[in-house]
Design a binder for this molecule. Sequence first.
Ligand code: CU
Length: 417
Amino acid sequence: MTEGDIVTVTLANNLPPAAGNTSMVFSGFTVCVGNLAGASAASPGTCTPIADNGTPGLLAQEAEVGKKVTYSFYAGRPGTFTYHSGSQADLQIEMGLYGAIVVKPKTTVAGCRPLGSTLTGAAGEADSRLAPSAYNHKDSCYDREYLFQFAEIDSRVHDDVQAQVQACPVAPCPQLQATMEPYKPNYFVINGRSMPDLMDAPYASTYPNQPYNGNPHMHPGEKLLMRVVGQGRWQHPFHFHGNHARVLARDGNMLLSAADNTSLAGPLLFTIPTVSGQTVDAIFSWSGKGLNWDVYNHRAKDGSTCVPDASGFHSVKTDPNYGEWCADHLKPIPVTPPDPQIMANGQWYGGTPYLGITGFDPVNLPPGTLNQNPSAGYAYMWHSHNEREITTNDVFPGGQMMMLIIDAPQWPIDETF
Ligand SMILES: [Cu+2]
């Protein structure tokens, strides 16, 4: 949704009769049960009740089985937010009744790249962003955006619920009673999937209703916006390799310096500890700095230049080596390509120490180079740092694990995969 929208959600309870009532809690918003009109930054608006609109519950108005409830609210500020069931919430959230809300800024922030443009000029690449920035702030501009919702599943609870639901197909039913403790989850999911399913396409045929995977791609120098959401009951330390990330906001509130209320004050993190019900937005970037070789393979023939900006990077946005760490420009390669044997474990290995097999100088690739991966990207594992959570039912690999791929600048990234 867009900042300034009045949002109306009608929840239809089509759960099995034994599940009883359900509802939605929209954290961070003032909810009207019914229809909201006239809300703006200056006014809360008018909330008009409607007929047959649910029944009061502990945390929210509830819909009985076979009935509906309508909520409205004013999305007054940009950010990442959550919603979840407020009815028998320990059980219903375990069963999957949760999700994320993204509110886009209404206006384009000066200095952010307008929608419809691509940064590094990879031919044929579409701009997949929702907006040029995450907030009304110049340091929240981004080039790519990925959502990561962390949760876990204890299959014992689901087996228990299934037995009770199947025992009562027609109302009236006794209310579901699930024993939540001891809680021993054996499935660990991001956006509802575990590795390797995480890396399948959105809406893949095996999960046709699932719009999000966990398959981040980017070019060097780009800014990747991570929207990290904690759902479920447990904390998961989200560890990303390749670089640190600058935290922009928590629960949709930008973290700004108290001194000027303008400069970013969020920490630089290599692990974001997800907290149940909390959202964190962060900006991640990658340049090749620190690898100690010229990832662009400029070294033999060379018309390309690297002109360091004040921070040492090449900052001409239209150049193919945008974001290059200039200290390593033209540096001879100090590495020996990996033994072909490791390909058995390394499906993501590009077969070259360079980005891109059709890069600046393919004739100078070292002998024995294996061009296994046409994008010839670098792969970094992004995962839960609780190691048991990168298993599925205690089998490794699985769980909350995916790969960030740094693609060659010339490789068009298709974010529908
Ligand atoms: Cu790690």
